[in-house]
Design a protein around this ligand. Sequence first.
Ligand code: NI
Length: 271
Amino acid sequence: MIDTHCHLADEVFEVDLDAVVGRARAAGLTSTICILAAGDQAETRRAERVRQLWPEAAFAVGVHPHQAHQCAGQAGRAESWIRQGVSEGRVCAVGEIGLDYHYDFSPRDVQQTVFAEQLHCARAMHLPVVIHTREADQDAFAMLVTEGAGVAGVFHCFTGGIARARRALDLGFHLSLAGIVTFPKAIELHEVAAFVPEDRLLIETDSPFLAPVPYRGKRNEPAWVVNVADRLATLRGVPRSAVLARTTENALQLFGAQAFARVDTPRASML
Ligand code: NI
C-alpha cells in the first residue's frame, strides 16, 4: 500500500513525525511519495528526516502554482531547482505543478509560464508529473496537450465528475483519489471512483490536508489512506485487498519501482 501524495516534510509533522511514520507502517503502508516545494530550504531540511525515518519513501519536487511568483521573470529557476533535487535525491516525479485560479496567489500568466517550463523539464528528464489544478481546467488541459505532449502523470486529489475524469484519462493520465471520496456528499466523485479503469487508479491522503471520514477536520496522515481504499473498495464492489494490490502496482509502474526501494545510506544532503 502506497500513499502517493503527502506532505510529510510539512512543519505540522515536525513534532511527532516518528509516530506518524510508525502508524503508517503499522497500517501496512510500504511507502509514500512525499511532495516537496522546490526551493523551500526549510522543507528540504525536514525531508532529510522523513528519509531517515522512512527509508522507502520517495519524493517529488516542483514549484506549486501558489509559489510560481517566486520564479516570475527568472526563466529556468523552476527547472534548476528540479534538476538539483533530482541530481541529489531520489526524486521520482515533478510535482505538484499546475494552475490554481481559485486562490490566484500567483498571476495567471506567471503560473502558466512556470507550469510549461516544468512540463518541458519533466519530459526532458523522463519523469512523470503530479498535477494540481483548480478552477483552471480549460487552460490546464490545453497546456497538457501543447506543452506536455508525451508526459505521463497523475491528477492528484482528483475531484469532479465523469466528464472531467474522461478528459484526464484520454490524455493518458492516472487519477488519484483522496479523502474527499469518503465524504457522503461527494456524489460525482463516487461515480468517478467506480468508473476509473483499474490500471489508472491511485490512492493518496494529501496529508496534512483533507482527512477522510471518520477523521474529518483533523490533521490528516498517511495511515488513513486505508480509509480511502476502503471507500473505493465499496464503490467499486471489490475487496479492499484488490484495491490495494492494484493501486500499489500502478504506483510502481508510473513512478518506477526503484523510487520505493529501501535506501539505508543517508546522504549528506538529499536535495
Ligand atoms: Ni498536495
